[in-house]
Design a protein around this ligand. Sequence first.
Ligand SMILES: *[C@@H]1O[C@H](CO)[C@@H](O)[C@H](O)[C@H]1NC(C)=O
Ligand SMILES: *[C@@H]1O[C@H](CO)[C@@H](O)[C@H](O)[C@H]1NC(C)=O
Length: 203
Amino acid sequence: MAVRVLVLASVLIFSCFAEIGHGAVSFSSLQRTLVVTASHRQGLLMSVEDKITVTWGLNQSFPAGTDTSYRTVKVQLCYAPISQVDRAWRKTEDHLSKDKTCQFKIVEKPYVNANETLEWTIERDTPTATYFVRAYALDENNHEVAYGQNTNAEKKTNLFDVQAITGRHVSLDIASICFSAFSIVSLMGFFYAEKRKGRKAEQ
Ligand SMILES: *[C@@H]1O[C@H](CO)[C@@H](O)[C@H](O)[C@H]1NC(C)=O
Ligand SMILES: *[C@@H]1O[C@H](CO)[C@@H](O)[C@H](O)[C@H]1NC(C)=O
């Protein structure tokens, strides 16, 4: 009995340390081994309407076996520095558990040693901002072990702007459609009532 309790306690303590260890994954410790590109039409991109074609794959100048611990790849849409100014809720932190740079998932799928491509339609809930694309390689414990991004280390090149189609516009559209429909129905009702009145008068 005492032995069992001791084993249980050790397992608990060990998993606590494992958690702390996870919290300590820092971006600066990751190797940039993935090559990521993002292509899209020129100019301001509209959420819901526009698409981004993302490609990712291992940079072939790293030695074979570099990716043996990679299990999953997670591709995200990330705020460029210009859209983080004065916004603590988008702040970049070196500790990845606290980092808020990349808040939008484009895709998460098993890692394969090949160039992969995905066409992604910008989702409705994407705020108006300037973005880049980053991919993380995750190991079997879902810990980040490498990354790649479509911009340089300073996050200044290949950025793109997204304009949100907000929920407010959508509900305004719905409201105006309902209002128009209501007007037409009222108008029809009015004419019908007038006609009946007219007929009654003739009789
Ligand atoms: C691949 O990695 C090498 C070495 O780190 C680097 O010099 C090169 O720019 C990388 N290639 C791409 C396309 O990112
Ligand atoms: C991925 O694409 C790059 C550049 O087009 C190429 O050099 C590399 O060999 C490709 N990698 C694989 C695994 O096909």
